[in-house]
Design a protein around this ligand. Structure first.
Ligand SMILES: [Zn+2]
Length: 454
């Protein structure tokens, strides 16, 4: 029996309630005394126990407590199983730090054999992952969150992992699993793709040579499309040029007699005052025109080396014509999907040119930058070069500049499920209601295929 006072001692009251719950096993009884036939099952969205619980966890746990309690009061039997998320980079990084090592190679040579090294590293990760388990349990109990922490599911347990493989098999047998490329920030020195969280770790100013390159029109004598790039090494991988359909482009005659096509509003800045405008059109008029490849790369598709429409093209910088190397840029890759362009690497995972690029085969891309620029100059395909200093992502592990690189990845075809997801959302009673067609609804409308391996 509690007596209400004008100045209640909450801490004391709460402790008394908690003790009462504990002694009388109220949580366990709130489950066992409800009928087996009327179940409402809750699995905790598992936190990682290698970090301290924070205030945001308390809010989330309070919400997670409300629904099961409500269901219990409605007469349901509500088993609630806690879980621990033990996978992922945070744990691995913590252990690497502890061992004073960094990267895959170092992990694999912890002991004389690779296999033993991986076993040892995994074991250390498994130990490290429960570093703050006691704190988590204490906080959970203290805030009165009812969850079965004595029998948690743990994501590193084989039975859990096997379950996931079982789910992937179901997805596969339904035809929803496929392999494709995903363009991601990549460090060729470490040989690994980086998450956006990792990329954000290290941005530095980097000075590069940006170049304006002349792509010779295949149909019109002495006429060139001008494209701009800060990554000359992607030029051998060029498969298309992109223009904005609505953007205005001009054809300009230079003093040399050569004709250059580029966005009208950038012409003065790039070509100077002596160029004469001889024609004006919009991007849509250019779409479908062909140009000559600047490197002797095999042509495997009819739309290769063609002007294509891209809604990512802007005239805020460059020339308004975007050089498209589908394996080395996100927008570029999306364009390849739309027009079925060939997806062939000209750079290997170690950052060297493949045999496909004859003159540069085996050369590192950053070393090749200058060779490419000199070569273009010699062939009179370089219009202009400019030094630019921009904020550029570096690998936080080895401090090598990152590149965007298409890596093979497994995908779940979520887009096929979009209409089903959208119609199921209609059945959900959202609180607050605006989330239904707002944040969540918008997210469903934009459903993308899910790249689940990196
Ligand atoms: Zn690296």
């Amino acid at each position: 029996m509690f007596i209400l006072t004008p100045k209640p001692d909450y801490k004391k009251i709460e402790t008394e309630v908690l003790t009462f719950w504990k002694n009388k096993k109220i949580f366990a009884r709130s489950i066992s005394e409800r009928p087996e036939s009327k179940k409402f099952v809750f699995y905790e969205g598992p936190p990682t126990a290698n970090g301290h619980p924070g205030i945001h966890h308390i809010i989330a746990r309070a919400y997670k407590d409300i629904i099961p309690r409500y269901k219990t009061m409605r007469g349901f039997r509500v088993p609630r199983q806690a879980g621990w998320d033990t996978h992922g980079l945070p744990v691995e990084l913590e252990v690497e730090k502890m061992l004073g090592i960094s990267g895959k190679d170092k992990i694999e040579s912890l002991t004389p054999t690779k296999r033993e090294s991986i076993i040892k590293f995994n074991q250390l990760c498994k130990e490290n992952v429960f570093k703050y388990q006691k704190e988590w349990e204490r906080v959970t109990e203290r805030i009165g969150y009812w969850i079965d922490m004595d029998n948690p599911y743990i994501t590193f347990k084989n039975e859990y992992i096997e379950k996931l493989w079982g789910i992937i098999k179901i997805i596969w047998s339904k035809g929803f699993l496929y392999q494709d490329y995903k363009v991601l920030p990549y460090c060729f020195r470490c040989g690994t793709g980086l998450s956006s969280h990792e990329v954000a770790q290290e941005f530095k100013d980097k000075t590069d040579t940006s170049i304006f390159v002349k792509f010779k029109s295949a149909s019109e004598e002495n006429t060139f499309f001008l494209a701009w790039t800060t990554t000359p090494w992607t030029l051998p991988g060029n498969v298309a040029l992109a223009v904005g359909k609505e953007i205005k482009y001009g054809k300009y005659q230079l003093e040399t007699g050569k004709k250059i096509i580029l966005a009208e509003n950038l012409a003065l800045k790039i070509l100077g005052e002596k160029a004469t405008k001889i024609d004006l059109f919009i991007g849509a008029d250019l779409v479908g025109q062909k140009y000559e490849p600047i490197f002797n790369i095999e042509k495997t598709h009819k739309d290769q080396f063609t002007i294509l429409p891209g809604d990512f093209v802007s005239t805020s910088e460059g020339s308004g014509i975007v050089h498209t190397a589908v394996m080395y840029g996100e927008d570029d890759f999306a364009l390849s999907k739309k027009f079925n362009l060939p997806t062939i690497h000209t750079v290997d995972p170690k950052g060297n040119f493949t045999d496909q690029v004859k003159k540069l085969a085996g050369k590192n891309i950053f070393i090749a930058n200058q060779i490419i620029i000199d070569d273009l100059k010699q062939r009179d395909l370089l219009f202009k070069e400019l030094k630019i200093t921009h904020s550029y992502p570096f690998c936080w592990r080895c401090h090598n500049p990152l590149i965007y690189y298409a890596k093979e990845s497994w995908f779940i075809a979520m887009k096929k499920l979009r209409s089903q997801l959208v119609s199921n959302n209609e059945k959900i009673n959202w609180i607050p209601a605006h989330l239904k067609h707002g944040r969540f609804g918008n997210w469903l409308d934009e459903t993308k295929d899910w790249a689940l391996s990196r």
